[in-house]
Unconditional design. Structure first.
Length: 294
């Protein structure tokens, strides 16, 4: 699988690019910053493409007296639009595009048209939810609130609607998307994989199950879940299934509403089945699992 990334500047995307490269999945990463700045991120030059003109000008002008909130809003639109148009012209065929939110409005559909997936990487809460919270806090303290330009919200929500998946960094962000009704019946939420060694803990699982329950009670919309990253044995899986039953009930104990994303778990299940058949446990190396300890 070949994955392309698109990001304004750096954020966490270059760390993700390192992870993908180690697994031979990185096709290219496109950024709005110049190579002179990006080379410190440690990726070989052949993996990086840049479109730095507009974003660099925006950064330089921020330290001048002529910069204003109005100009900042306009640059936000210019950076987003110009980067997306340039990316649309230059992106190579890939299996998936992971674009930071605000990028990929026209490029994402192009990737989808070619048979790939478009993933919106949202680094915080839903844009409308975020704006509402900020307005309430400013009102609470009796301060004027400058509402972000409408084009930012329109662009963000258009991308949310187009994307095959949206990644968020926390359960708070997840709840904001649930509250805004972005998830549709049958959609899955899942724990992140590839960034840390352990993601699917019983604690994380429970928070997400309760978010699904609260959203279902409020709206009647049933959201599915897929814990992934760290579930390695059938005994662990049983603990997760008990939590599902106690929190959401039997209706979620189906593969349409709850799935495990764990290849190690599959190997353990095969070993358990073979143990029932033969009466003896099997070593991991008899299956597809390649355990370093053997």
């Amino acid at each position: 699988m070949q994955i392309t990334q698109a990001v304004f500047g750096v954020y966490h995307h270059f760390e993700l690019a390192h992870q993908l490269r180690r697994r031979n999945h990185l096709r290219r990463i496109y950024s709005t910053w110049p190579w002179a700045r990006l080379q410190r991120e440690g990726l070989p030059r052949e993996f990086v493409r840049t479109y730095p003109l507009v974003h660099t000008l925006d950064t330089l002008l921020r330290s001048t007296p002529i910069y204003s909130p109005t100009l900042s809003g306009r640059f936000n639109q210019w950076v987003s639009d110009s980067f997306d148009h340039w990316l649309h012209r230059n992106i190579e065929p890939c299996d998936a595009l992971i674009a930071i939110s605000g990028a990929g409005l026209t490029t994402g559909p192009l990737v989808q048209l070619r048979g790939g997936k478009f993933i919106c990487d949202r680094g915080s809460t839903h844009q409308r939810f975020q704006d509402d919270i900020m307005a309430q806090e400013y009102q609470r303290w009796g301060l004027p609130y400058n509402t972000p330009p409408l084009h930012i919200l329109r662009r963000e929500e258009a991308i949310y609607a187009l994307a095959d998946a949206i990644t968020v960094p926390s359960n708070v962000a997840l709840r904001s998307f649930l509250a805004m009704g972005v998830l549709r019946p049958g959609d899955f939420i899942k724990t992140s994989t590839g960034k840390t060694s352990l993601n699917a803990t019983l604690g994380n699982n429970q928070v997400m199950l309760e978010a699904i329950r609260d959203h279902y009670l409020d709206t009647g919309v049933a959201i599915s879940m897929k814990p992934a990253g760290g579930i390695r044995t059938a005994k662990q899986a049983l603990q997760f299934l008990i939590a599902v039953k106690e929190t959401l009930g039997d209706a979620w104990l189906t593969n349409e509403r709850y799935r495990f994303g764990a290849s190690s778990l599959l190997n353990d299940l095969l070993r358990q089945i073979e143990k029932e058949r033969t009466g003896a446990y099997q070593a991991p190396y008899y299956f597809s699992e390649a355990a370093e300890s053997y």
